[in-house]
Design a protein around this ligand. Structure first.
Ligand code: F6R
Length: 620
């Protein structure tokens, strides 16, 4: 996710903005920029030097010598448009009089861009964000032409925000209105800081913590008009809104984690947002809406006879979910491969095969090598990644981006659910494309998929009870996670999470396989966790759990809220909201992420940086 900072004070703001950018560095970024407004107009400096842009800005004489008392700055994590200087924020309008910074995704930017181009606006970037600057300019000139004077900047800004679909935090300054920052939001965070020397805005309180005494968190569909000595808050119809500013007692380190104990906990709580962002602008009827930057012509997919899904670790688990979904909805045969095995096993590939590489980082060497091999074998190659501009995007025929934002904790959490979002959405769209699903069916599935974000929110609201239940197993050293159908990938992912951060022994198994060997190791020291949410093999799973119980293993289940009978059989239950069975992995993993988390904390482990692990594995 991008980071935004703005400052309006009675003194120079250059250092405040550069320091603020440095404070946002921990989130990861691919480019950074700053705009400073003084008597001679807007100055704009921006760079896309991976992890060096802020350093570059901080030594620029033009930035250091600026006397500007108002300005905006931005760290970018690309979603639309590769990381380069032009795509970096801030973005200007045609006149160069106003500059915006944006965090989020503008779903309808293509339509807006076409409309603005028709009105004569010229665009210089490939971002969705640039439309915002031009649309404010367009609205401003409309309001001015009507001669309706007062509050024209504010009115043009609110008109603009009302026209945007998607998620956004947008801040704007203009040389025509040089003492005001306007900022508005929908879903992406904005905090306004009130200080003695002036006022500040940011997407992350850590960036402005040291300059402000009191803070106001802007709510969705609100606009703040900020000057050096005043703050006014409005709704998008410009009715004034009462607010209360409160102090924040966090340290800088706490503020980076938004008050959570660890990045992992923060990222688990960001899952619904990552999920929703990833589905924005995508639908069932247009397969092309799934491709970013590098596109297939969907017709190229008409000849596809087989799909291979490859990935490592958590990305492999989302591939498994996608296999079930694609075969079910699109009726195309899918093979699933661990990326490090794929190219060595002589897979049969040709131009009628599609190979999909799934990699959060876009840098995992085994996945890169698998996709290179697929390309050389003339297969069509698609990648799913969270990092725009990552190596994987250089050698593929098409790209689908997840929009989880930077994931700092080594253990993948929000990037996993974002992968599930795009892969499940793509599977439905593929079903429609291959003519297997009717439009009404596909639309219904897609709406249910989008609704999973609310189910995730409900599950996250149960954090305390999940962690309390997890505490019961603090002395257990051996865990088996078992599931069937969509419970199987969840059991693999839950076991991986537990191993990674708690260092306990955990296995994920398809429940039906247990009696073919592993059941021999079960005894009263083992805890078996059954993914018992409703799917077509629910009854069979319950029988498998009975087999387990008769070996004296302790049994715990993940079950749906509507399951009235499960409490007759089991004492320890992680309840989760009901979902359509193919979507259940999205929600069912949440209590199990908390289980892994709680046990890691109980064992005093470094949750964000588990031993022996790296976030990105770049060696074979
Ligand atoms: C699990 C985890 C790893 C990664 C794996 C692949 O929490 O983080 O298993 O999923 O190393 O990484 P990417 O997706 O970056 O290719």
């Amino acid at each position: 996710m991008c980071g935004i900072i703005g400052a309006v004070t009675g003194e120079k703001v250059n250092q405040i903005l550069i320091d603020g950018l440095k404070k946002l560095e921990y989130r990861g970024y691919d480019s950074a920029g700053v705009t400073l407004l003084d008597g001679s107009g807007l100055e704009l400096y921006k760079y896309a030097h991976l992890n060096q842009s802020i350093e570059k800005l901080s030594v620029m004489p033009q930035v250091n010598d600026s006397m500007a008392a108002i300005g905006l700055a931005h760290t970018r994590w690309a979603t639309h448009g590769v990381p380069n200087d032009l795509n970096a924020h801030p973005h200007l309008d045609c006149s160069g009089k106003l500059a915006i910074v944006h965090n989020g995704i503008i779903e309808n930017f293509r339509e807006l861009k076409e409309m603005l181009k028709d009105s004569g606006h010229e665009f210089i970037s490939n971002t969705d964000s640039e439309v915002i600057a031009h649309l404010i300019e367009e609205n401003l000139s409309l309001i001015k032409s009507e001669g309706s004077g007062a509050d024209e900047f504010l009115r043009a800004f609110s008109m603009t925000l009302k026209a945007l679909l998607g998620t956004f935090a947008v801040a704007v300054i203009s040389s025509e209105y040089p003492d005001t920052i306007l900022v508005g939001k929908n879903m992406s965070p904005v905090v306004v800081g009130l200080g003695n020397m002036g006022n500040f805005i940011s997407s992350d309180v850590s960036a402005i913590l040291e300059h402000a005494e009191k803070f106001v968190y802007l709510q969705d569909l609100q606009i703040a008009a900020v000057t050096k000595s005043s703050l006014k808050i409005y709704d998008f119809d410009l009715s004034g809104i009462e607010f209360a500013a409160t102090p924040v007692t966090w340290s800088y380190k706490d503020a980076q984690k938004a008050g959570y104990e660890t990045f992992m906990l923060k990222e688990i709580h960001e899952e619904p947002y990552a999920f929703t962002e990833t589905l924005l602008g995508r639908s069932t009827d247009k397969l092309e809406l799934y491709f970013d930057e590098i596109h297939f012509d969907p017709h190229e997919l008409a000849d596809i006879r087989k799909i291979f899904l490859v990935g490592c670790g958590t990305s492999y688990h989302s591939a498994m979910v996608a296999k079930y979904a694609i075969e079910h909805w699109a009726r195309i045969p899918v093979e699933l491969d661990i990326a490090s095995e794929f190219r060595y096993r002589d897979p049969v590939l040709d131009s009628t095969t599609l190979v999909v590489g799934i990699t959060q980082s876009g840098e995992t060497i085994d996945t890169l090598a698998a996709l290179n091999f697929a390309r050389k074998s003339r297969a069509k190659v698609l990648c799913v990644t969270n990092v725009v501009g990552s190596t994987v995007t250089n050698n593929v025929d098409a790209v689908m981006f997840t929009r989880a934002g930077p994931e700092i904790s080594v253990a993948a959490t929000k990037s996993y659910v974002a992968q599930l979002a795009v892969l499940l959405g793509f599977s439905i769209a593929l079903g429609r494309f291959s003519g297997v699903l009717f439009k009404s069916e596909a639309d219904r599935y897609f709406a249910d998929l989008q609704n999973c974000a609310s189910m995730m929110e409900i599950a996250l609201g149960r954090e305390t009870s999940y962690r309390k239940l997890a505490e019961k197993f603090k002395d257990t050293r051996d865990f088996f996670f078992i599931g069937r159908h969509m419970g199987y990938p969840t059991s693999l992912e839950a076991a991986l999470k537990l191993k990674e951060i708690s260092y306990l022994h955990a296995e994920g198994y398809p429940a039906g396989e247990l009696k073919h060997g592993p059941i021999a190791v079960l005894d009263s020291n083992t805890t078996v966790i059954g993914i018992a949410t409703k799917n077509k093999l629910y009854e069979k799973l319950l029988s498998n759990l009975e087999e387990v119980r008769s070996r004296n293993a302790r049994v715990v289940v993940v079950a749906n809220d509507s399951d009235n009978s499960v409490s007759n059989y089991f004492d320890d239950i992680f309840y989760v909201p009901d979902t359509f069975d193919l979507f259940s992995p999205v929600v069912d993993i949440i209590p199990l992420q908390f289980l892994a988390y709680e046990l890691a904390v109980r064992h005093n482990n470094d949750v964000d940086k588990p031993r022996n692990l790296a976030k990105t594995v770049t060696v074979e």
